[in-house]
Design a protein around this ligand. Structure first.
Ligand SMILES: *[C@@H]1O[C@H](CO)[C@@H](O)[C@H](O)[C@H]1NC(C)=O
Ligand SMILES: *[C@@H]1O[C@H](CO)[C@@H](O)[C@H](O)[C@H]1NC(C)=O
Ligand SMILES: *[C@@H]1O[C@H](CO)[C@@H](O)[C@H](O)[C@H]1NC(C)=O
Ligand SMILES: *[C@@H]1O[C@H](CO)[C@@H](O)[C@H](O)[C@H]1NC(C)=O
Ligand SMILES: *[C@@H]1O[C@H](CO)[C@@H](O)[C@H](O)[C@H]1NC(C)=O
Ligand SMILES: *[C@@H]1O[C@H](CO)[C@@H](O)[C@H](O)[C@H]1NC(C)=O
Ligand SMILES: *[C@@H]1O[C@H](CO)[C@@H](O)[C@H](O)[C@H]1NC(C)=O
Ligand SMILES: *[C@@H]1O[C@H](CO)[C@@H](O)[C@H](O)[C@H]1NC(C)=O
Ligand SMILES: *[C@@H]1O[C@H](CO)[C@@H](O)[C@H](O)[C@H]1NC(C)=O
Ligand SMILES: *[C@@H]1O[C@H](CO)[C@@H](O)[C@H](O)[C@H]1NC(C)=O
Ligand SMILES: *[C@@H]1O[C@H](CO)[C@@H](O)[C@H](O)[C@H]1NC(C)=O
Ligand SMILES: *[C@@H]1O[C@H](CO)[C@@H](O)[C@H](O)[C@H]1NC(C)=O
Length: 609
């Protein structure tokens, strides 16, 4: 008889029954020898329908089960303590017989394709300390019985298809340190009993459908380091007791419906904070100046809220790499608005400064030339910035995104922007920029989006732009550009999304190279001074959904090849000198939503359909 194979409760009941049903009791004992484990493992194996790497073929009688793949036994009693079958592509269900492996301490089945429910029998594994089932396809509720696993320290159930609520009494798992159920379909609110999990270090509830408020009692969790519940429907305010836990390193409440303000003293209470993200809520008030006392901050994401007022100095944030405060009502349209940018010059790891869609006004200060060379994104669009583009921006050789659209920036594009060899997005639309478009932009071989629309650029479109072999989206519309469209640019086959040259003074023909734009979806060259016939190669642009060439001097027939544009939704040929019959094939364009043929010299009948 091995007492170690009995739980304390069973042991006691055996004593009570002694003499009455001794035989029964001995049966019970013998039924929990290592043979029990072997049978339970075989029952577990039977629940698995696919084992692509064949790891379970070793689970046979030619060797003892303690040598089976993924099985670890205690040395003394040869009982299974760890079952580790992670990342094996296993497909099947978790057998309820798992409960018979009564010495199991760790069950690691993550990153497979286990489906069906988590068997409630897991609750009988009283010695279970670690349960990792994340990244499977488990359905159903989190079984309440799991609360009987009172030794659980780590419970990872993320990335499954679990439904229902988080068990209200989760707080009874007093040893729990890590609770992760991200990426499921859980509903209801965070149970307030979590406030009793005094050992809790990680609480991760990302991407569920949780609602309700954040329990005040979370502020009792003195060991909490990581709390994240982004992408849910949590509302109400953030309890000040929670933003008072000096242990916190990560706080992520982004993309919820949280209201209220941030506590003034936040930065004094959270000295260990490295990641603070609350973007996409309805928070208001000022950004507390004390945030600058969170000297370990790496990411500060406050975007898309209702914060207003001045942004104070962030000078102590030496480790800051991401500052996202876009989409608020920050700034007063005054000169000091940008002083906080100057306070970031000692942040030597700075990578992203995104302050678009606010009320920042004034001229960009020259101190930005002292920002860290590590800068990769500088986005200041949709503010009230005037003055010139500081030419020092050309020194940030790591810059990938430069966005200043929808401001009142004037002057020219500094030609040294052509030095930014990593630049992939340049957004300068809707400003008061003038001069010519520098040919040096043709050096930007990684450029994907080039948006210069709505300015006063004049002169020719620089032919070197056709060296931007990654270009996807080119918008030069609504300027004063003149001269011919460079044929190489028109034939730049990387252009996959939009080419918009409309509303300029471009002359000459539409180069036949346009036929290279096989993946382009929108072409707009309307309202220019273009002449000649529509090149029949245009029919090769078979991905087009929108074609606008209205307001030019095109003449001749609509080429038959246009019939290849089967996905076209918008076709505007108006205000030209086109002639001949209106082709029958227009009736075959099933997706057509807009057709404008007006102000031409077409003749004959409109196709009946
Ligand atoms: C698990 O134990 C129960 C009861 O102790 C028993 O009925 C069942 O047959 C066992 N399962 C296996 C696979 O041995
Ligand atoms: C049984 O397991 C052993 C050890 O892994 C293996 O070599 C053998 O091929 C297995 N037998 C069968 C029939 O799968
Ligand atoms: C099971 O236990 C018996 C006796 O306690 C022992 O002889 C046997 O080796 C054990 N089996 C395994 C696979 O550990
Ligand atoms: C998950 O499993 C797949 C194989 O099924 C493996 O390629 C991948 O690296 C695993 N991921 C992790 C995080 O273990
Ligand atoms: C999740 O598991 C699948 C296999 O089922 C694997 O392809 C994928 O890489 C895993 N994801 C992670 C984050 O490990
Ligand atoms: C869990 O424990 C409760 C009492 O704490 C008991 O009523 C219930 O039957 C147990 N469930 C399992 C599956 O052991
Ligand atoms: C927390 O624990 C206390 C005492 O341990 C208990 O009285 C209380 O009901 C628990 N709270 C919750 C919400 O479970
Ligand atoms: C979230 O839950 C609400 C009810 O609480 C339900 O109406 C909604 O469809 C759910 N959304 C998702 C994405 O599951
Ligand atoms: C914040 O923490 C301090 C000390 O840990 C405590 O005295 C104070 O009451 C807490 N404030 C709130 C609002 O919980
Ligand atoms: C917080 O930062 C301010 C401004 O840098 C500084 O004057 C103050 O001493 C800091 N307070 C603490 C407690 O670190
Ligand atoms: C900044 O980060 C580095 C490691 O990335 C760390 O060693 C250093 O202590 C951090 N500085 C502060 C002030 O937290
Ligand atoms: C940057 O650090 C230097 C040297 O410690 C200091 O003199 C200067 O005031 C700091 N600048 C800012 C903006 O914090």
């Amino acid at each position: 008889m091995k007492p170690v194979s009995l739980s304390f409760a069973e042991f006691r009941s055996c004593h009570l029954l002694l003499g009455i049903a001794l035989a029964l009791c001995f049966n019970r004992v013998s039924s929990t020898t290592n043979e029990t484990d072997r049978l339970a493992l075989l029952a577990f194996k039977a629940g698995i329908s696919k084992d692509p790497s064949g790891v379970l073929s070793s689970w046979n009688d030619s060797i003892g089960f303690c040598q089976w793949y993924g099985v670890m036994c205690s040395r003394r009693h040869q009982r299974v303590t760890i079952l580790d079958l992670r990342s094996q592509g296993l497909f099947g269900s978790i057998s309820p017989h798992i409960r018979n492996i009564s010495f199991l301490r760790e069950m690691l089945l993550q990153n497979n394709s286990f489906n069906q429910e988590i068997p409630p029998q897991v609750g009988q594994l009283r010695r279970l300390r670690i349960l990792r089932l994340h990244n499977n396809s488990l359905i159903g509720n989190i079984p309440k019985n799991i609360l009987n696993c009172s030794n659980l320290v780590i419970l990872w159930l993320g990335k499954n298809e679990l439904t229902g609520e988080i068990p209200r009494e989760l707080g009874s798992l007093l040893k729990l340190r890590e609770f992760l159920v991200n990426g499921n379909n859980l509903i209801g609110s965070m149970p307030s009993s979590i406030g009793n999990l005094s050992s809790l270090e990680i609480l991760y509830l990302r991407e569920n459908n949780l609602s309700g408020s954040i329990p005040q009692v979370l502020g009792h969790l003195k060991n909490l380091q990581y709390i994240g519940f982004p992408v849910n429907g949590v509302s109400s305010t953030i309890p000040s007791s929670l933003l008072n836990l000096s242990s916190l390193t990560v706080f992520d409440a982004s993309d919820n419906q949280i209201q209220g303000t941030l506590p003034t003293s936040i930065g004094l209470k959270l000295p260990n904070l490295e990641f603070f993200s609350i973007w996409g809520n309805q928070l208001e008030g000022v950004i507390p100046p004390s945030i600058s006392n969170c000297t370990k901050l790496d990411m500060l994401q406050l975007g898309d809220n209702r914060f207003s007022g001045k942004v104070h100095s962030l000078e102590n944030l030496y480790n800051l790499s991401v500052l996202h405060i876009f989409g608020n009502q920050l700034g007063n349209g005054e000169l000091e608005d940008f002083n906080f940018l100057c306070s970031l010059t000692n942040s030597s790891k700075l990578r992203y400064v995104e302050i678009s869609r606010n009320k920042f006004g004034g001229v960009l200060p020259t101190c930005i030339s002292n920002l860290s060379i590590t800068l990769m994104g500088f986005a200041v669009g949709e503010n009230q910035i005037y003055g010139k583009i500081p030419k020092e921006i050309g020194n940030f050789i790591n810059l990938e995104v430069l966005s200043m659209n929808l401001n009142k920036v004037s002057g020219v594009i500094p030609s040294n922007l052509g030095n930014l060899r990593n630049l992939s997005k340049l957004y300068l639309s809707d400003n008061n920029l003038g001069g010519t478009i520098p040919s040096s932009l043709g050096n930007l071989s990684k450029l994907i989006d080039l948006l210069l629309a709505g300015n006063n650029f004049h002169g020719q479109i620089p032919p070197p732009l056709s060296n931007c072999l990654s270009l996807n989206l080119l918008d030069l519309s609504n300027n004063n550009l003149s001269g011919a469209i460079p044929p190489q640019l028109m034939g730049l086959s990387s252009l996959a999304i939009i080419m918009n040259l409309s509303r300029n003074h471009l002359t000459g023909v539409l180069p036949p190279e346009v036929g290279n734009l096989r993946t382009l979806t929108m072409l707009d060259i309307s309202n220019n001074l273009l002449v000649g016939e529509i090149p029949s190669s245009l029919g090769d642009c078979t991905s087009l959904t929108s074609l606008r060439i209205g307001g030019n001097f095109f003449h001749g027939l609509i080429p038959q090849s246009i019939s290849s544009l089967g996905g076209i939704e918008e076709l505007d040929l108006s205000c030209n000198n086109l002639s001949g019959q209106i082709p029958e094939f227009l009736t075959k364009f099933r997706s057509l939503k807009l057709l404008n043929l007006s102000y031409n010299n077409f003749e004959g009948m409109l196709p009946r359909e």
